[in-house]
Design a protein around this ligand. Structure first.
Ligand code: TMP
Length: 253
């Protein structure tokens, strides 16, 4: 088979040219990074779990009419997506204070916010993805006012959908990050949810115990990341047939 052309290698995914023009193959790696890749590890099985979970969330969004880049899953590690131009923003929605917001504003992690708060970060690793305002976005032309209206509405719809889906399986959606892509149908531009939605890009806490089931397990050394992501997949009914190997050796009597 001819070797595929690699388009881009990111921290957690590699993108290859897809079989048809306008398509891309997204390969989910097992690499985990945090703090702008200062902390790194390979977590066996993470890529498989994120591929399946992202497929599940993107398909669900499609079913309620939220446009996404997702076309179909190809295998346990790859999915076919529409190629799009990524808006250079990380769109974060927060329902409870945590992470950088708690740090910046001195609010205890887990405090419920009076309403969902949407934040934007400029996507630039060399700057550490700094928080920006709509003023910066407009002034530097990263997105138009119409785009920003659409992005806000997409972000809030994703929030309502994911919050409900998680609540149904006893998980609190604390916050999440999405990325937005532009796709062109002729001269017409549409915005779609792109990249991935997975426990790498969300904060998910068990409602009863408060146990973290997301990438904070890796960021803060709280235990096995595969166990945490597998638990999310199991509750949602998207566990792979051959679950990833356990992260620790098991004693056999
Ligand atoms: P933060 O509290 O560190 O700003 O993170 C907010 C949300 O965004 C959290 O759900 C994790 C997610 N996130 C990413 O997906 N990628 C990143 O690079 C960072 C910093 C956060």
């Amino acid at each position: 088979m001819a070797r595929r052309k690699k388009i881009y290698e990111g921290k957690a995914k590699t993108l290859y040219e897809g079989p048809e023009p306008g398509t891309i193959v997204q390969y989910f790696k097992d690499d985990a990074t945090a703090f702008n890749a200062e902390k790194k590890d390979v977590i066996e099985g993470k890529g498989v779990l994120n591929n399946l979970l992202s497929e599940y969330f993107m398909l669900g969004l499609g079913q309620i009419g939220v446009p996404t880049h997702f076309l179909k899953r190809l295998n346990m590690r790859e999915q076919l997506v529409r190629s799009c131009e990524i808006v250079p923003l990380e769109v974060i929605v927060r329902n409870y204070a945590a992470g950088s917001m708690s740090k910046r504003l001195g609010i205890d992690e887990g405090t419920q916010l009076p309403r969902p708060i949407v934040e934007y970060c400029y996507k630039d690793d060399s700057l550490g993805d700094p928080l920006v305002t709509e003023e910066h976005i407009a002034a530097f032309g990263w997105a138009s006012q119409q785009d920003m209206d659409d992005i806000l509405s997409l972000a809030l719809r994703v929030n309502d959908f994911l919050s409900g889906m998680m609540l149904a399986v006893g998980i609190r959606l604390v916050d999440f990050k999405i990325e937005i892509g532009r796709v062109y149908d002729g001269d017409f531009q549409r915005l779609v949810v792109a990249d991935e939605i997975s426990p790498d890009s969300c904060r998910l806490w068990d409602i009863e115990s408060g146990q973290k089931l997301d990438k904070d397990v890796f960021r803060r050394d709280l235990g096995s990341l595969t166990d945490a992501y597998s638990e999310v997949a199991r509750r949602l009914g998207v566990m792979p047939n051959n679950p990833p190997a356990p992260s620790k050796p098991t004693l056999v009597n």
